[in-house]
Design a protein around this ligand. Sequence first.
Ligand SMILES: Nc1nc2c(ncn2[C@@H]2O[C@H](COP(=O)(O)OP(=O)(O)O)[C@@H](O)[C@H]2O)c(=O)[nH]1
Ligand SMILES: [Mg+2]
Length: 466
Amino acid sequence: MIDPAVLADNPAGRLCDQLVGAIPPEARDLRERISAVKATLDQPLRVALTGRVSAGKSTLLNALVGRRIAATAAEECTRYPMVFRYGAPEAAVGITRDGRRLPLSIAALLGQAPFTPGEPIVFAEVTLQSDVLEHLTLIDTPGLAATAPHRQVADATIDLAAGAEVVLHLFRGAARSDDTAVLDEMRQSSGGPDRGAATTIGLLSHADNLGSGGWGEDDAIGLARESARRVAASLPNHFTTVLPVSGLMAETARTGRVTESDARTLRALAGLPREAAQFAHGVDADVHQRLSALLTPYGLNHGRQHASTSSALGEWLLDASGVRSLEDALRGAAVRARHVRTARVLDDLVHVARQEPHLPDLGRCVEAFAHSPWGHVTKEVRAERVLSHERPHSPWVKDLRNLLSYPTPEQRLGVVPPGADVRQWATDQAGHYQAESGVARGGAEREAARTLAQSMLHLSRTGTPS
Ligand SMILES: Nc1nc2c(ncn2[C@@H]2O[C@H](COP(=O)(O)OP(=O)(O)O)[C@@H](O)[C@H]2O)c(=O)[nH]1
Ligand SMILES: [Mg+2]
């Protein structure tokens, strides 16, 4: 799902290689330190799913991976945070309070067998051979801190989520004060407004069940889309974007649980008036009930018209579920995460260079990088974080997010008028932001306008940095 090149090919990695080349062979410790900094760039994107119990986190995780790896239930059933990452052989370990690793049975963790670890664990790590996990580490969490079974698990949840690069925060109906409180707590525990997840995507979950539900006259998912837009507008400080999702519809489609016979049943319902279809006229009541649980009532009602084959039905389910839009948002988040990694590595290397004044080449290389277009990206990262925290409604938040979320100059510039020359447009924009920086309200806005002006100058000269 994530293009591996986005994360693998980080310019800061090339800087690390250059530095290692400039270090005398006898300084082995220093080489190893820089190699360790570089190794952090090759990690899969870390994504945490947060939200109340039963918000739909585990179901959505299964949809993203395309495999039912996280236990889901109407009752709370994710008891610990679980980190799902790529690895062979497939295995699970529990991490105890004092950091020891106990082997666990995967079946037990996933709720398929009795769970009796020898002693309390605070989180579990599951390694699986899944293509999706090669570029994405997914962290499932038990629920908001207040409802977690005990304090250590709550703390581990906050720590793991605070260390993620992307947070997917699920809520049903509306985001409440405990939703925003937990997001604030995560931000706090990651060390302030310019740390922690670069992207927080709000997910209005159970979108299939909004309004009068799946069999209602109104379109539940259409309503969810409007509601998501309202939440995004009212909480710009907490959510980079808000999207409607039906994790259950996506999980069903992605895990191949609709058969040709199911599609046939849906076709039989297609010609019926809504009420007749809802009350199973003409089809076996058990089959109807099973399909309603599998597809959701919305999927059964609206999917009737799209069931020419099981794969057509699967495609429709995926589109309607919102999971594809979420995956697009995750791709944007990966681009942002790459920039944030660049910024973090540059910080680390500045620190290393300061500690080694007898190696002036080191300092010179780092300095040159910091003044290149890539070094400037680190300023964009900081400006966006500070501005979205201090002035979340400023239009420049969006301008900075565009710069950070897309690879091509046209996309990075936001809306370029049709027929306009991209470089000329960037030059004009640079002048605009420069003028705005003179009349900005407060330090965060001034810094943002100056940063944007400089970004536009880079784009007018070089297009996108590479
Ligand atoms: N209708 C509907 N049910 C869902 C959706 N997502 C999850 N569920 C159901 O809600 C219950 C809780 O889901 P789960 O993923 O375990 O929630 P978690 O506690 O946040 O991990 C389960 O019975 C799921 O089948 C959804 O989008 N729509
Ligand atoms: Mg769960």
